[in-house]
Design a protein around this ligand. Structure first.
Ligand SMILES: [Zn+2]
Length: 340
């Protein structure tokens, strides 16, 4: 079975001007250990993956890297659950702790009039939880009870293979969970919420087909919790958002440039959160954004502000936050508001 494939063109800008970097790839993390173990591949093979830098857009890439089929397998079979994303959700629903984005949410909410917000894939990595908490403001018990009922309800109809007796029993259970969920949601009815949209696709670089916790899919759960509209990402369709968030998912698609352009075209602002790997590129990623990449975007008239050091967040790994727009005026005005 062929596992690695050559990536001789930049995944972001398509340039062939890739140069070998002398940066060493990081040591194997839990993702890479799972990949190696499940695919039964040697260190020798995995060490063939080298770091390159694109001279045009300045991202860093792994080359050769896993082929598309293996990539799909990595993010569905081998590590189907997006660990960090679900940890964010569970932390909130069980302990009322919001995902750590430092002051990002407050900063954006204060300075941009947001009525219509969208994200791409991984629904618990971004700001949906922040918006939801801001709109609901309930105590810990509320979220915990809602969570238990949601998980029970969403898994209660998985009855294939059960006996008729079990199926009848389960019908009553499902109904009770649904009633409880509706009662809890009714408490919040009078609030005016922003419109939330999640765009999804089945990129072979992204978690999707098997992103579950206790047999419940992340998108289904998010749909119920946030009252989201979930739309298939179709690049030529037109929308109008105030803010579009791409949270740890720009580097989880093979069409990052198309995705970014889609978001920019359909939104006043696009906020992006991704890895900014200092030494090489972790092997479960095909590429990593860099700080120089922001300068490239600027040259391409995608105006941006690096928010990494502004949002007062303590980072566990090297990551970058930035906001961008095709409108220079939008960015200049936002800069004024942020810096005074
Ligand atoms: Zn490039």
């Amino acid at each position: 079975m062929k596992i690695l494939e050559k990536y001789n063109k930049c995944t972001f800008c398509n340039s062939k001007k890739l140069v070998r970097s002398n940066e060493k790839n990081p040591l194997n993390n839990f993702y890479v250990r799972a990949i190696k173990s499940d695919l039964n591949i040697s260190n020798q093979l995995i060490n063939k993956i080298k770091v390159y830098k694109c001279l045009r857009c300045k991202i860093k890439l792994n080359n050769p890297w896993f082929n598309k089929n293996i990539s799909n397998k990595i993010f569905s079979t081998i590590y189907g659950q997006h660990n960090r994303s679900w940890e964010n959700l569970l932390n909130f629903m069980n302990n009322r702790i919001l995902p750590n984005h430092g002051l990002l949410y407050d900063l954006l909410n204060k300075n941009i009039k947001i009525k219509n917000y969208a994200e791409y894939n991984s629904p618990f990595m971004g700001l949906f939880l922040n918006f939801y908490f801001n709109e609901t403001r309930q105590n810990s018990k509320y979220y915990k009870t809602l969570h238990n009922n949601l998980i029970n309800y969403l898994s209660s109809r998985q009855l294939a293979g059960s006996s008729i007796k079990q199926k009848i029993l389960s019908e009553k259970k499902s109904r009770n969970f649904a009633i409880k969920i509706n009662q809890l949601k009714k408490k919040l009815k009078h609030k005016k919420n922003i419109i939330k949209t999640l765009f999804i696709d089945n990129s072979s670089l992204g978690w999707g087909l098997n992103d579950n916790h206790k047999s419940v899919g992340s998108k289904t759960y998010a749909h119920e919790l946030f009252d989201l509209q979930i739309l298939n990402l179709i690049y030529h369709k037109k929308y109008s958002f105030d803010l579009f968030g791409i949270f740890h998912s720009l580097d989880h698609t093979f069409e990052p440039s198309k995705l970014l352009n889609f978001a920019l075209k359909n939104s006043k602002f696009v906020v992006i959160y991704c890895h900014n790997q200092k030494n090489g590129v972790t092997k479960q990623h095909q590429f990593s954004i860099t700080e120089d990449f922001l300068r490239y975007l600027n040259k391409k008239k995608i105006y941006n502000i690096n928010l990494t050091s502004i949002i007062d967040k303590s980072f566990n790994t090297s990551e970058i936050y930035f906001i961008c727009s095709k409108s220079k005026r939008n960015i200049i005005n936002l800069k004024k508001k942020i810096y005074g």
